[in-house]
Design a protein around this ligand. Structure first.
Ligand code: FAD
Length: 385
């Protein structure tokens, strides 16, 4: 891995592309609750979203640290990687555990931009974070699996061609360990929506396309099973460290955006005949959140270094995610406060970014679950569930 300062080429490339999509673009897309199609297309065409796809399948085969810098720069420029970050990490399960045939069939199309694999369906309405109790089933019938059940909060399905699905293939009562008996499938959304799969969009706080999914005897070809039947939960977990790090990077980008906007406004806004930034009551919170964002960034690079060296990095990836999400949320509050009433005006973009960064305290993993992971798996405290 390069030193944290060594990514200038990637940073300037992503910045140049993002400059074509200024605040007004994202503000408009947000107001209309529309998908930033032109932005995602431009990122795809420039190859940024294929960063983690190996070169033999048409990607650029970059390391996780580089990929994290791409996501960071998008958010730092005022955009929202949430519209497309799935493309960056969802296909990782395929890269690591798919058959050669599956990789050839899908990865080359994803890298060229002909196919989008942006969605991963894990969460269910009645089980939430307790994933191993998920109730969606996939039952083998000849050369197909028949899927029944329900998922919730599944993002970007309306803007994706392919979706990874985690479903139970062996009932919980029949497995030795609760993490066994689940499998991952590639669902071709083009052949499934309206033919056993129904979507119900969820209106939500941010401009984030997310849905309830209902599976009613959806048929999935057996060849779409990834890896070995029953091992799916392990495959999904494998990909989560990369996801945690990339989300941390987005928060770091958000954090810098808030700090930069707060600093600019504090320098310009004059009240009581002086810039508000001359008051230490305004300065110090901005300085403090800047320190926190920088510290979170270092933990992000530490997690990347371990991940890219194929060493265990669960603790560092989770800690980076927690620190970064906390820092960006604190920076959001400080930025809003620094702007006073104008922070609430859509034209300043602060309220939009404020809503967007809040999500990362909850998804894709909530703060409590990270604390529980560190307490029990890193520190060895007793298991609470
Ligand atoms: C906008 C959005 C997009 C999403 N996109 C996707 C997606 O694409 N695919 C997907 O599969 N999922 C997605 N999710 C789901 C997301 O991963 C879950 O919301 C998240 O993991 C939390 O699960 P839950 O909402 O069921 O909360 P719950 O599990 O019901 O938890 C509720 C609260 O209780 C806390 N809690 C629960 N158990 C404990 C415990 N033992 N100790 C301490 N605290 C506890 C949690 O930390 C949380 O704060 C998305 C969610 C949102 C909001």
């Amino acid at each position: 891995m390069r030193s944290p300062e060594g990514y200038e080429e990637i940073r300037s490339g992503v910045r140049a592309l993002c400059a074509e999509f200024p605040d007004a673009y994202f503000r408009e897309v947000d107001a209309q609750r529309a998908y930033p199609e032109a932005f995602v297309d431009a990122l795809t065409k420039a190859g940024w979203l294929a960063a983690l796809i190996p070169q033999e399948y048409g990607g650029s085969g970059l390391d996780l640290a580089s990929a994290s810098v791409i996501m960071e720069e998008i958010n730092r420029a005022g955009g929202n990687s949430g519209a497309c970050h799935g493309q960056m990490y969802v296909m990782n399960v395929l890269v690591r555990h798919g058959s050669e045939e599956q990789r050839r069939k899908y990865l080359t199309g994803i890298a060229s931009g002909d196919l989008r694999m942006q969605s991963m369906a894990v969460t269910e309405p009645t089980t939430g974070t307790d994933t191993t109790k998920l109730k969606t089933t996939a039952v083998r019938k000849g050369d197909r699996y028949v899927v029944n059940g329900q998922k919730v909060w599944i993002s970007r399905v309306q803007h994706s061609d392919l979706m990874l699905l985690l479903a139970r293939t062996t009932p919980l009562a029949e497995v030795q360990r609760k993490s066994e008996g689940m499998s991952v499938f590639i669902v071709d959304l083009r052949e499934s929506v309206g033919k056993g799969l129904t979507l119900r969009p969820i209106a939500n706080m941010v401009n984030h396309e997310t849905n309830e999914l209902f599976f009613d005897n959806l048929e999935v070809p057996a060849e779409n099973l990834i890896g070995v039947e029953g091992m799916g939960f392990k495959y999904i977990l494998d990909g989560l460290n990369a996801e945690r790090v990339l989300i941390a990077a987005e928060c770091i980008g958000d954090g810098h955006w808030f700090v930069e906007r707060a600093t600019k406004y504090a320098n310009e806004r004059v009240v009581f005949d002086r810039p508000i930034g001359r008051n230490q009551g305004v300065q110090f919170p901005i300085a403090e959140t800047f320190i926190e964002v920088e510290a979170a960034s270092l933990m992000r690079f530490k997690a990347c270094e371990l991940y890219d060296a194929k060493k265990p990095c669960g603790a560092e990836a989770n800690m980076a995610k927690l620190l970064a999400a906390k820092a960006s949320w604190e920076a959001a509050n400080v930025c809003l406060q620094t702007h006073g009433g104008f922070g609430f005006a859509a034209d300043y973009d602060v309220e939009r970014k404020f809503r967007e960064t809040r999500l990362y305290q909850v998804a894709p993993i909530s703060t409590n679950l990270i604390l529980s992971y560190v307490a029990e798996h890193v520190l060895g405290l007793p298991r609470s569930f």
